[in-house]
Ligand binder design. Sequence first.
Ligand code: 13P
Length: 267
Amino acid sequence: MSVAMPMNAKYRKTIIAGNWKMNLSPRDAREFIRELKPLAVQAKWCDIVLCVPYLQIPEAVRTARGSRIAIGAQNCHQETAGAYTGEISAPMLVEAGVKYVIVGHSERRRDFGETDSLVNRKVLSALKAGLRPIVCVGETLEMRDNDITLDVVRMQVKTALRGVTREELRRGTIAYEPGWAIGTGYTATAKQANEVSAVIRAALRTVYGAQGARGVSILYGGSMNTGNARDLLAQPDVDGGLIGGASMRTESFGKIIEAANQNVPQK
Ligand code: 13P
């Protein structure tokens, strides 16, 4: 008996992405990817991405070669080259073998003053270079308490994607990451995650139409772990995860990849 394929499996990819932030060494990256490779072979139901620190990129790309694991960066500069000490540009990442880049993570907004318009410039630069940006949006606790979450997120999405064509959007992914849930152990409920993701999709629809919007994967991030992943990933508008803490051990990351399996049709 065949089971009807859920909407999200039909129109968009499930993506399980790890964000190691400023953790783990190049050697750790090599060992981690070696361990993850056998699992990745089986996990055809989702794309697997590891966003590692810049220095770990060469080792990660080398080790992941020939596997289904794509390597991502955690940031890029908005310009392609120039006098920007300490920065890395999108074309440099492409040359190093990087496929994805996180843009506008809440830690960069909070700690490095990244604004929506700067995030927009980074998104455009990443797309131009051929990368797949994972655009992070989300509210702080104060915004949620003031009941402005949905307005804030709508605005963040629209500003971040200003000037992005419908064609380019196909390479884009949005990550909904409520700031209050990141690294805190507090997770948005599956209902909260789906509510905001649905609002993000509705915002995309107003700009790109129904067809454009339904092809964009929207990930949830914020204390996703082996205990809550199944529930979160079962939501119709949640198409994957952007995982911090639980992405640093193959055991927990592997279990989250397994949890994403529920969206494939069962024979
Ligand atoms: P945690 O999973 O550690 O809460 O981090 C989420 C995150 O910020 C991913 O980008």
